[in-house]
Design a protein around this ligand. Structure first.
Ligand code: GDP
Length: 194
């Protein structure tokens, strides 16, 4: 399957040094949303993406390789309050540029904590990427922290918001319980197959 065998490729710090070749799917999310854990869970590896003890500290773009010139791009987590304003602005601008102009990018996986999805910063990501017309998959993480009723509500709320947009899909995910792995695989796999 797609994520098994995912390998670390390289780290870049600015848009000028992004690889020229290959197709890529980007993972974006607020710091602490569970993005690194999700990547590790999908790859079935303990420490491929670094689960940070100091969220927002390391601001890099990490490239992982699926093979056959297909990449996963782990974008810097946003929204961590302790990061200086100047640094935050810099990365916001970089994310805006990357999401709106990157030709190699074929789809966005937006990682959001299922207990508080669609924050203002998540909406910024969507606003930058939606005009490209490329697909977006919203992954609502830490679903193990919700009861069944809350799960239904979280899923329904986010789905309802994008009911008129066929390019946006939504699912629940738990790294702790390893739930939702197949669905991410299916969606991301379909993007590369298209
Ligand atoms: P990132 O900053 O988005 O990469 O978030 P991390 O993957 O580093 O996770 C942030 C915190 O949330 C860590 O303490 C993780 O152990 C925890 N976490 C991540 N995913 C889950 C999940 O699915 N369930 C639960 N209960 N905790 C999670």
């Amino acid at each position: 399957s797609l994520f098994q065998g995912l390998q670390f490729l390289t780290t870049v710090n600015d848009l000028k040094t992004l690889p020229h070749e290959g197709l890529e799917v980007a993972f974006a999310g607020r710091s602490n949303a569970g993005k690194s854990s999700a990547i590790n869970t999908l790859a079935n590896v303990t420490r491929l993406a670094y689960v940070s003890k100091t969220p927002g500290r390391t601001q890099h773009i990490n490239y992982f390789d699926f093979g056959n010139e297909r990449r996963l791009v782990d974008l810097p987590g946003y929204g961590y309050a302790e990061v200086p304003e100047r640094v935050r602005k810099h990365w916001q601008g970089l994310l805006a540029q990357y999401l709106s102009h990157r030709d190699n990018l074929i789809g966005l996986v937006l990682i959001m904590d299922s207990r508080r999805p669609l924050t203002e910063l998540d909406r910024n990501m969507l606003a930058w990427f939606r005009p490209t017309g490329k697909p977006i998959h919203c992954v609502l993480t830490k679903s193990d922290k919700l009861n069944n009723q809350e799960k239904v509500l979280a899923l329904r709320t986010v789905k309802a918001e994008f009911a008129d947009d066929a390019m946006i899909t939504v699912q629940l995910f738990s790294s702790l319980k390893k739930q939702g792995v197949d669905e991410v695989e299916r969606v991301v796999g379909s993007w590369f197959a298209a």
